[in-house]
Structures are given as C-alpha cells and as structure tokens.
Design a protein around this ligand. Structure first.
Ligand code: NAP
Length: 519
C-alpha cells in the first residue's frame, strides 16, 4: 500500500498526522493512505518563489511550451497505468478515466502549441496598438507581462488529472510556478502524475509542487503578486475569497464552482430528428459519464410541453439500460460516486428534487454489478419531472453532484426558456438544440449573460461534437454567479490570470519594440 507524499522543496515528504485511507469506491478496498502535515506549506511557497519562479521566467514562451510538451509526453508514456489508477481510485469506467487522463494530456499539448506560437518571447501584446495623439508617434499598447508570484491551485475531487493539468498548463506557460493541492479523496492519481513528471524531469525544480492532505496553513502564505485558482464547492470558494489575507493583499482568486447547466430542446425539433437524437444522447451522456460528477453536466432538461412525455419516456428507456456497478466488470456502463459522503449527498439530493415534482426513474438505491455485497458507493441514475410552470425551488438552486437530471417543460418560447434557466443564478454551460436560427439567436442572447459557454446543438455538428459537458482548452471555462464568477482556459486568454496587463503610453517605435521583443 502506498502512503502518499507531497512533492515539495525538491523532494518527497510523507504526512505526519494520522493516516487516512483512500479506498476504491467500487469495492472499498484500501488503495493508499494520506496524512496531513509533514511538509511545510510555507516552505513550498518559498521554494516556488526562490527557485521555480526565476527558472520559469528565464524561459521563453517557446521554452515553456516545450516543457508542457515534455509533460504531455511523459503522461502519455504512462497513460495505461494512469487509466487503471483512475478506474480503481475514482470509480471511473475506462471511458470516464480517459475523459480525465486524456483530457489532461490534450490540454497540456494544446498549451504546448500555444507556447510555440508565442515564440521566443517573454511578453506579448494584448490587442492592437492605439494612436493617442495628433500624430501616430504618440502611441498606446497593452502588454501582458508575467507576475513574479506563485499560483496556488486547489482542485476538486472529480478530475484529479485534468484539474491539475489544465490549471498548471496556463500558469506554467505564463511563467508562474505552481503549488497544487488535489482533493484528498482522489489524490492518488494526482500523486502518480506528479511522480511521473518528477521521474521524467519534465520541469525545473520548484516549477510544480504537489501538496497532499488538507490545505493546512497554505493560504496564510499568499501575497499580492500570487493568484489562487480554486475548483470545488461554492461554500469553500466563499471561504477562500473571504480570507482576510486575500482581501488585504488584493489577491486574484478564480473560483470554479457549482452549476445547474441546462439543455433546451427547441420547439422545431421533433422526436426522431437527428437533432433530437443528439439532444437525448447528450443528456444521457452527461447524466452517466463520471456518474454525473461533472461540473458541466446537464442538470435541467428544458423541453416544449408537447414533447415532455416523449422525452421523459425516451430518457427512462435509455437509463434503464445503464448497468451500474464495479467498472472492472465488462457490462458496467456507470461506476460509483467518489465517496460515501457523496453517495449520501446524492441520495438526499434526489429526494429534495423529487419533492419539487415527480421521480420517474431511479431512487438512488441500486444493485451494483460486480461489487462485493454491501460494498461501494453506488447510486442509480435518477430522473425527475416537473409540471409545466412548477416553482421547483430545489431544481433551480441545488446542484446534486451525481447521475441526476430534471425534465422541465416550457411553453416553447425562447424568452420563457431563458428566464427559467436564469433561475439557476449563473452557470458554466447551457445548450440549445434547434435548427431554427431565429429561436436559437433569441435564446443564445438570452442565455449568454448568465453563462461562460453556450453550446449550439445541431445535426450539422452531431458527428464531431463531444457534447456540452466537455471542456475544450480553446474555449473559456467558467461562469458567473453560482458557477463562481471565474474564467479559465480559452486558449491564450487563460494566461491572463497569471500575468499583469500593463498599458504602455509613449513613442510608437519604442513601444513597438517593447511589445514584440525577441529573446
Ligand atoms: P470542496 O469540498 O469545496 O473541495 C475542493 C477542494 O478544496 C479540495 O481540494 C479540498 O481539500 C479543498 N478545501 C476544503 N476546504 C478548504 C478550505 N477551507 N480552504 C481551502 N481549500 C479547501 O469541493 P469538492 O467536493 O471536492 O468538489 C465538488 C464540487 O466542485 C461540486 O460542487 C462541483 O460542481 C465543483 N466543481 C466545479 C468545477 C468547475 O470547473 N466549475 C469542476 C469540478 C467540480 P480536501 O479534499 O482535502 O478537503
């Protein structure tokens, strides 16, 4: 059995507190232990400042891109081992594990390419130059420069590989060293990723450190040039944002939190149409992939009242075919949730949502295939349906982080659908399935202020689309309000959080030289 260690100050350090078991959520077999303490959180931050930061800032974007490529290559070389580990420690099916591990490799590779494109430079121009005076000589230009701070990354349990990689890719390419804290329950995958990167010597010392166990006093060491990027629950996000030290130092905080993502079927789409099939497939995928433990998963399924029964029946029929159990078993299509606490939360959440309407599939209880009797944190998929116009306070305010969605009938008008979705108080992504350009335009404009991303589901993209639940490195991820108010990724935009945008004002030739210097 492995006792997880932190990788800090250039070495591996075991925790000093009582050991906590990390179990396979399908069998409850203990896979590893983790303990708090042992390493100094302050020591890790100081090491990042003294070693990692200067080493990264000495590199150009092209150098850092090559470093990200080396990280992606190292993880690719250990892909099968990481997939097996993600299955055992996260209750993932192999498909779920690929979503996390391949997502990590893909995101690192995408940022490697961005680094190559930014070339042998250490700063880049943000937008075009701006004439400021009577003659073109007096000129303005915004420039992005690396902040000499440390990136504090705190991740959620559901994507131990992708969560670590997507945050680290942006910070490292921007030139900022990272201290990364995975969620404790799924830290085994993050630990193995770190050890692969250390063995491959992919990074300079101090550029990336991993802290396992509780957060401890880590955030007591944050300062004004640092940033905190957090993914997890709204409650923890609020605690972090409210820390007196964070407020006193104006520390940048990015929060990626809960979201009640919606999928809206347009009134022009008839059952049996290709767009209808895409809609049902995307809802089903989002309900069951990672056992619904995806921040981007569709939670509210808005359908015109005339087809609500048909959509419900089609979803129920397809949910009935989902085999829940130990992902090691070949028939299993959905694994357990991550912990006993999550299982209890999901079951309790299903009851709360059902009080708003009617439970039409699943109760949360399930006979899991291939799991030892009485073991594992399994829940069944569950579908709730509402009456048209139902108030449904829980459906529009409570994220049940599991394989659960609610069918919400609406009258078929874009503004009505947008108003219902807005009751979720801000989300990561919502999706519109329609071939009617006028309906889609009206709805997209209604949804856009409340979301970081809007997915336009259509037969025209059905073959190529991974669905709304997949976060692509080229597009921004984050959302207002309940979703945390944050923004990550989005190609080169993802670097801005780790950099200082400075406005230069002066003589044009000098500013142009400064804006695109060659290293
Ligand atoms: P969580 O309980 O808030 O934990 C998230 C992380 O914060 C963990 O690493 C946790 O460490 C750490 N943490 C706990 N207390 C802290 C504190 N006082 N100060 C600093 N860090 C602290 O959330 P979770 O249960 O892991 O994640 C599930 C939630 O994440 C869901 O609501 C989901 O919607 C959201 N999520 C959002 C996104 C997104 O991109 N928007 C992505 C994935 C998940 P320990 O594990 O050691 O307690």
């Amino acid at each position: 059995m492995i006792a997880l260690k932190s990788y800090v100050e250039g070495g591996w350090v075991e925790g000093a507190g009582p050991a906590q078991p990390l179990v396979n959520p399908a069998t409850e077999e203990v896979l590893a232990t983790v303990a708090d303490g042992g390493s100094s959180r302050g020591g890790a931050v100081a090491f990042a400042r003294e070693k990692g930061g200067p080493a990264l800032r000495a590199m150009t974007f092209a150098d850092r891109g090559a470093m990200l490529k080396a990280m992606a290559d190292a993880l690719s070389a250990h892909r099968n081992e990481l997939l097996d580990l993600a299955m055992a420690s996260g209750g993932n099916t192999r498909g779920d594990a690929k979503f996390d591990v391949d997502g990590a490799i893909f995101t690192l590779s995408a940022y490697a390419d961005i680094g190559k494109g930014l070339g042998a430079n250490r700063v880049f121009a943000d937008g075009e130059g701006i004439p400021l005076g009577r003659s073109p000589r007096f000129h303005g230009q915004h420039l992005q420069v690396t902040r000499p701070g440390v990136a504090f990354h705190i991740n959620a349990f559901n994507f131990p590989a992708w969560g670590l990689a997507e945050k680290a890719a942006c910070a490292l390419l921007a030139g900022m060293p990272v201290v990364s804290k995975p969620a404790t329950s799924s830290a085994l995958v993050a630990y193995r990723i770190m050890s692969v990167l250390v063995e491959a010597k992919s990074l300079p010392e101090g550029a990336l450190q991993l802290l396992v166990g509780g957060v401890g006093d880590l955030l007591d060491h944050v300062s004004y040039q640092d940033v905190i990027a957090f993914t997890g629950s709204s409650d923890t996000g609020i605690k972090i944002r409210s820390l007196p030290r964070v407020i006193a130092h104006s520390v940048r905080v990015n929060v990626e939190a809960d979201s009640l993502n919606a999928a809206i079927l347009g009134p022009d789409v008839a059952p049996g149409d290709e767009t209808y099939e895409l809609f049902v497939k995307d809802v089903l995928r989002d309900m069951t992939q990672k056992a619904g433990q995806k921040c981007t998963a569709i939670r509210r399924v808005l359908v015109p009242v005339e087809v609500a029964d048909r959509v419900r029946d089609d979803l129920v029929e397809r949910l009935s075919a989902i085999v829940v159990g130990n992902p090691e078993h070949e028939r299993v299509r959905m694994g357990p949730v991550a912990t006993a606490g999550q299982r209890d939360d999901v079951r309790e959440g299903i009851s709360a949502l059902a009080r708003d309407g009617r439970l039409v599939f699943g109760t949360g209880e399930v006979d899991a295939v291939g799991a030892p009797p009485g073991k594992g944190f399994f829940v069944s998929p569950a579908l709730i349906e509402l009456e048209a116009g139902a108030d449904a306070p829980s459906v529009h305010s409570r994220e049940v982080f599991g394989p659960v969605a609610t069918v919400v009938p609406y009258g078929g008008a874009a503004d009505e659908a947008a108003a219902i979705v807005a009751r979720g108080h801000g989300g990561l992504v919502s999706s519109v399935y329609s071939e009617d350009a006028a309906f889609t335009t009206a709805l997209v404009l209604g949804l856009a202020p409340y979301h970081g991303r809007v997915f336009l589901g259509s037969a025209k993209i059905a073959e190529q689309s991974p669905g709304p639940g997949t976060v692509l490195p080229q597009l921004v991820h984050g959302g207002p309000g309940r979703a945390g108010g944050g923004e990550e990724l989005g190609g080169v935009r993802g670097l801005a959080f780790y950099m200082q945008r400075v406005a230069l004002e002066g003589s044009r030739p000098l500013i142009e030289k400064l804006s695109a210097p060659k290293a």
